[in-house]
Design a binder for this molecule. Structure first.
Ligand SMILES: [Zn+2]
Length: 70
């Protein structure tokens, strides 16, 4: 079984995240360390929550109160 971690937005639960580019305030080397991402769904800069598997991710989504629209 493949163990692929899942990065999700802590605000809305979206997995549509991408690393910040320079123009968006990302700093080479440092942004990788701080792990700042842009969430395509809520449009915020977020530090993603990492899940080791789908079950943990689903639990997190439930905790969000069903606000997510994935
Ligand atoms: Zn989001």
């Amino acid at each position: 079984m493949k163990n692929e971690s899942i990065k999700a937005c802590p605000r809305c639960g979206s997995v549509r995240l991408r690393a910040l580019s320079l123009r968006e305030g990302g700093i080479p080397g440092i942004s990788e360390v701080s792990g700042l991402f842009y969430c395509n769904d809520c449009g915020k800069h977020v530090v993603p929550v990492i899940f080791q598997n789908m079950n943990e991710y689903r639990k997190f989504l439930k905790g969000l109160g069903g606000k997510t629209h994935i």
